[in-house]
Design a protein around this ligand. Structure first.
Ligand code: ASP
Length: 317
């Protein structure tokens, strides 16, 4: 169902793309989320006169993202996508937790039209900000007939929301998709596609049945030299219903943490493993590992695996 009017709704949630710095030359000393979505549009001459509506949902530094904002964003996007005149939606967001919001939306939102998340590594006040071009490309993508699913647009690359990962803390080229590669590129306003658009999940998870403050607690603990099993024990004592271990290499786990994981599993806590490596995931890890072994969600990053486990626990509640 593609709109003929080509109306794109831009939903602002904050981030560096909407950030302003007291010293224009600074790429780090700024306030994220200072500008609303309309101010971001106003800063891009090529967007003037286009069929756009703006909506500022939040002005967060995305390091402070929370489950309640995810649910508000999901509800807002569902409402906008249901409007027949809307071709697609662009979400401006901070880069720090972009991969988490993208994964959450991918798993919980039916998106037969494009939902394009975009962001920037440099604040809007920088001498050479990356936000305006990303926003322009994101709007172009959101208006392109036939595009669907939860996507991210950064640096001219169209990345699947389900595969997104932040790889660098400072450079403009900060994102990748592990082994998957981009779905497409936007080059001078033209789309060059490499892979099909993501299939909307047939049965998107619906976390709305449980109030956010009653969601099961799922934590992450990293395996490292000298790690203490007591860290995992403490998470269980503090009420964790699930724990993801960000394992070394191919999801390997220090024996101290493995022993604690066995104790946690015996207490009914779900313990999964992922890889703390920036690229790749866990090869050969089974979702249905026998009792006592730690299952994995394969290529998901630890933060994506946390969301998957959270949704699993919510579905079982
Ligand atoms: N801390 C910022 C945020 O995630 C970083 C950024 O957007 O690049 O909101």
């Amino acid at each position: 169902m593609q709109s003929s009017s080509g109306l794109v709704v831009v939903v602002g949630t904050g981030g560096t793309i909407a950030g302003t710095a007291a010293r224009a030359e600074s790429h780090v000393g700024y306030t994220a989320g200072a500008l609303g979505a309309d101010a971001l549009i106003a800063a891009v001459p090529a967007l003037q006169g286009q069929a756009l509506q703006t909506l500022t949902l939040a002005r967060l530094d995305s390091r402070d993202m929370d489950h309640a904002t995810w649910m508000a964003l999901r509800a807002c996007l569902a409402e906008q996508l249901a409007r027949p005149e809307v071709a697609g939606v662009v979400v401006t967001h901070g880069t720090d937790t972009l991969e988490e919001s993208a994964y959450f939306l991918h798993r919980t939102l039916a998106a037969p039209k494009p939902v394009v998340l975009t962001a920037a590594m440099r604040p809007a006040t920088a001498p050479s900000p990356d936000g305006p071009q990303n926003l322009l490309d994101a709007v172009t993508l959101a208006r392109t007939p036939g595009v669907r699913g939860v996507l991210a647009l950064l640096g001219g690359q169209v990345l699947a929301g389900a595969e997104l990962r932040k790889l660098h803390g400072y450079r403009v080229e900060a994102f990748g998709t592990g082994d998957a590669g981009p779905l497409a590129l936007i080059e001078d306003g033209a789309l060059r596609c490499f892979r099909p658009w993501p299939e909307a999940p047939l049965h998107p998870a619906d976390p709305a049945g449980t109030p956010v403050d009653s969601w099961p607690v799922v934590d992450i603990v990293t395996s490292h030299a000298g790690v203490r099993g007591a860290t995992l024990d403490a998470l269980v004592a503090a009420g964790a219903a699930g724990v993801v271990i960000a394992g070394t290499g191919n999801g390997s786990v220090h024996h101290a943490l493995r022993d604690a994981a066995v104790r946690a599993q015996a207490a009914g806590v779900r313990v999964w493993r992922a890889s703390r490596c920036l690229q790749g995931g866990v090869v050969g890890g089974a979702v249905d590992a026998p009792a006592g072994e730690l299952p994995s969600y394969g290529s998901l990053t630890p933060v994506q695996a946390r969301i998957e486990l959270l949704l699993d626990l919510l579905a079982a509640a």
